[in-house]
Design a protein around this ligand. Structure first.
Ligand SMILES: C[S@@+](CC[C@H](N)C(=O)[O-])C[C@H]1O[C@@H](n2cnc3c(N)ncnc32)[C@H](O)[C@@H]1O
Length: 289
């Protein structure tokens, strides 16, 4: 039924995979303000929920999974796993990633990075694997919960535990946080305790990226996360904080975010990284509004 857009809380139900996960499911539902169903949800639970657009957040001993119950094309679940599959492969080759090259520039030192649009944390994890300190902001509570769950499991795994030490996840909107950092920094001066080298932005865009896997995840993310309504605020706050650069991920053929021209871009087959060099020079050209 079309009409008023439902809030994410009306569209997600928390279910436990079995009796052993019921307590945890209850705790997660209470924390996120979601409803929960006491009946255990086996793998068949995907066909149990038939209401259009209903999402199931399934809790099991394997972690959290988000499932779109009524859409067979999105079969399977979205779960954050940094230890196996494509993410693990990319992590091992991280220096070849265009993202890492765009963020590092020519520098060789460890960077303090803010990922202001954390999502499922794939990009942040690559940056942390490249040796940088990454603070992630994610404002959508369910996406933040999926990411926190993936990070917790990765922190227990011998191959990824050290990378997790480099990552700090905050659930919340990055714009006020960046503005607060800018005020502190203004008091401290450049290079102070609160200094940030790079701010990375990957706002949700309506265009599709290729790859079936990304498509499935993106479609689910798009059901929860909102298309960025005010990218100017995000980009302006980022430019005022980043001492070295702001890097924005865009679909390869998309216009620049807010039409502001970057210093330069690095383009791959499907995505492009627009790099805005930071420092006082560019800050003088940004109004903090
Ligand atoms: C395209 S996804 C990012 C994907 C991410 N780069 C990854 O590797 O998984 C964009 C995410 O940014 C989040 N977001 C958008 N604006 C935000 C803001 N102002 N503060 C915090 N999170 C934000 C959305 O909720 C969404 O989850």
């Amino acid at each position: 039924m079309k009409g008023k857009k439902q809030s994410f809380k009306e569209r997600i139900v928390v279910k436990a995979s079995g009796d052993d996960a019921i307590e945890q499911a209850q705790e997660i539902a209470a924390r996120l303000g979601l409803s929960w169903e006491p009946a255990p949800c086996s793998s068949a639970c995907m066909s149990e929920a038939t209401e259009q657009d209903l999402l199931v957040l399934r809790v099991s001993s394997n972690g959290l999974e988000l499932i779109k119950a009524d859409d067979p094309k999105l079969s399977g679940a979205v779960r954050v796993d940094f230890t196996t599959g494509r993410t693990a492969f990319r992590r091992k080759q991280q220096k070849k990633e265009l993202l890492v090259r765009a963020v590092e520039g020519k520098g060789k030192t460890q960077l303090k990075i803010i990922d202001a649009t954390g999502g499922l944390g794939r990009d942040s994890f690559l940056l942390a694997a490249a040796g940088h300190q990454v603070r992630i902001f994610e404002r959508q509570p369910v996406i933040a919960a999926l990411l926190a769950d993936g990070l917790e499991r990765a922190a227990e795994h011998p191959e990824t535990a050290a990378i997790c030490q480099q990552i700090l996840l905050t659930m919340g909107d990055a714009v006020p946080a960046l503005k607060a950092m800018q005020e502190i920094r203004a008091g401290e001066g450049e290079g102070g305790k609160e200094s940030v080298d790079v701010v990375y932005l990957d706002p949700m865009f309506p265009e599709r990226r290729k790859s079936a896997l990304v498509k499935k995840e993106l479609q689910l993310l798009q059901l929860l996360a909102e298309i960025e309504q005010s990218p100017e605020q995000l980009l302006t706050a980022a430019l005022l904080v980043a001492e070295q650069r702001v890097v924005v991920k865009r679909p390869v053929k998309a216009s620049f975010l807010t039409e502001r021209s970057p210093s330069y871009s690095l383009s791959g087959k499907t995505v492009r990284f627009d790099v805005y060099l930071g420092g006082l020079l560019s800050r003088n050209r940004v109004s903090s509004g």
